[in-house]
Design a protein around this ligand. Structure first.
Ligand code: UDP
Length: 456
């Protein structure tokens, strides 16, 4: 009992505040698992909608706070005003909740709160942490290059080089090689003013003590060095978090494991895994062209068609009208897959992805080359790095057309070019594995991060 007390008092509690989207919840809970494995108590403060599933993390405490937002406000087309309102609404309930936690910890002799770790989009946490006199740390869930390119947007806009609508120019952005103006993450979501306000809000220097980044030196050392030069506080690139964290699922949607049984029947490196993540959507035409391109390629595929990812409500009809019959045993379609397990499966030889940062990291970590079809925001930056910097994938530049899809699948899955990308992806995977082990930079940053938290 005494020992337990000692252990508890030497490893205090951390309060984690994720943003309520799959691509943000995953890295935050992975970070929580890592820090829990180092002895910290973890409490997750989350909003009610899309709340994490506590039974997946029995060792964590979960506390829900009201955000007072009607569900009608939440749509993939309107994320930025939504995030802005979330920040306006959550401050007071968050502060009340923290005050109760502090009171309880005193009465019940629970581990004291060492610090608040919040998703960069939950920036209201900074002011609350300051008010209750607790240190705070930001978790950035996008790449370091995305940070630099978003900062460049602010600067280019101030210089009048870039309009708020962005640019379709193929010219390279000075200082951001290999990004072209058309790759800059100017969101098509929300108005340009709201987007610029969003960037300013998430990147404004506040009072946080450090920045944890879900990336690492192997992938982004030059960008990280550049950011560290500009930053007043320490940066801790401890990723890829999903590789460092003990295995567990933070999926908000039920994973269909039948696809693993299907993968078992496929040959090594032959399957193309197709998924556009948890937010992006396609229209009926793109869905049809994708379906035909996949079928014509004759390559086995595992395709995630998330409910809600297809604009047209008729998607089920489209898929049942001949397509499923046409693909026969060549394809497997599921609503949601255990993605990390899928990418780790030997049968998977390529990933057609929207290049969300988590998907990109998960693919790289398993040595799977990519076919990139970015939809919006940072996905274009990630896609460009996949194809031009790490050279482990190809990018579909135009509207999704069946001929282009078929040719791209062949390049990635069959041609010599694809085999070379697969080899480079495997090399990168090995370097990342070394980086997260003892002596590697991610490993060292994690130790330094723990030292910092223990010093609060
Ligand atoms: N994901 C999953 N099953 C699927 C599709 C996606 O578990 O069928 C997970 C994937 O592993 C990743 C997250 O959902 O961790 C998506 O995050 P990402 O940053 O790639 O894209 P976003 O959804 O934020 O656009």
């Amino acid at each position: 009992m005494e020992m337990e007390k000692e252990h508890r008092s030497s490893h205090p509690r951390l309060v984690l505040v994720p943003l309520r989207f799959q691509g943000h919840i995953n890295p935050m809970l992975q970070l929580g698992s890592i820090l829990h494995s180092k002895g910290f108590s973890i409490t997750v403060l989350h909003t009610a909608f899309n709340s994490p599933i506590p039974s997946n993390y029995p060792e964590f405490g979960f506390v829900s706070i009201p955000d007072n937002l009607s569900e009608q406000l939440i749509s993939a087309d309107d994320l930025l005003p939504f995030i802005s309102l979330l920040n306006l609404n959550c401050g007071v309930p968050f502060q009340e909740c923290l005050a109760k936690m502090v009171q309880k910890q005193e009465v019940e002799n629970e581990p004291s709160i060492a610090c608040i770790v919040y998703d960069e989009c939950m920036y209201f946490c900074d002011a609350v942490a300051k008010y209750v006199k607790l240190p705070s740390i930001v978790l950035r869930t996008t790449s370091a290059s995305t940070y630099l390119s978003r900062n460049a947007i602010l600067q280019l806009k101030a210089e009048g080089v870039l309009t708020s609508q962005g640019s379709t120019s193929q010219d390279l952005v000075p200082g951001l090689h290999p990004l072209r103006f058309k790759d800059l993450p100017v969101s098509k979501i929300g108005t340009p003013e709201i987007f610029l306000q969003f960037i300013t809000n998430i990147y404004k220097t506040r009072t946080s003590s450090a920045i944890i980044w879900n990336t690492n030196d192997v992938l982004e050392q030059p960008s990280l060095q550049e950011i560290q030069k500009q930053c007043q506080v320490g940066i801790f690139p401890v990723g890829p978090l999903h590789e460092v964290a003990p295995a567990s699922s933070s999926s908000l949607i039920k994973e269909d494991n039948s696809c693993i049984t299907w993968l078992e029947k496929q040959k090594q490196n032959t399957v193309l895994y197709v998924s556009l993540g948890s937010v992006a959507s396609v229209d009926k035409k793109e869905l049809g062209e994708t379906a035909c391109g996949l079928a014509n390629s004759k390559q086995p595929f595992l395709w995630v068609i998330r409910p809600g990812s297809v604009d047209d409500q008729e998607w089920k009809k489209l898929l049942t009208e001949g397509f499923v019959e046409a693909v026969g045993e060549n394809g497997c379609i599921v609503k949601w897959a255990p993605q990390k397990e899928v990418l780790a499966h030997g049968a998977v030889g390529g990933f057609w992805t929207h290049c969300g940062w988590n998907s990109t990291l998960e693919s790289i970590s398993k040595g799977v080359p990519m076919m990139c079809k970015p939809c919006f925001g940072d996905q274009r930056v990630n896609a460009r790095h996949v194809s031009q910097v790490w050279r482990i994938g190809i990018q579909l530049e135009n509207m999704c057309e069946r001929g282009e899809v078929e040719r791209a699948i062949k390049r990635l899955m069959v041609d010599k070019e694809g085999k070379e990308m697969r080899q480079r992806a495997k090399n990168l995977k090995e370097r990342i594995q070394l980086d997260i082990r003892e002596g590697g930079s991610s490993y060292n940053y994690l130790n330094k991060l723990i030292e910092l938290i223990m010093s609060f």
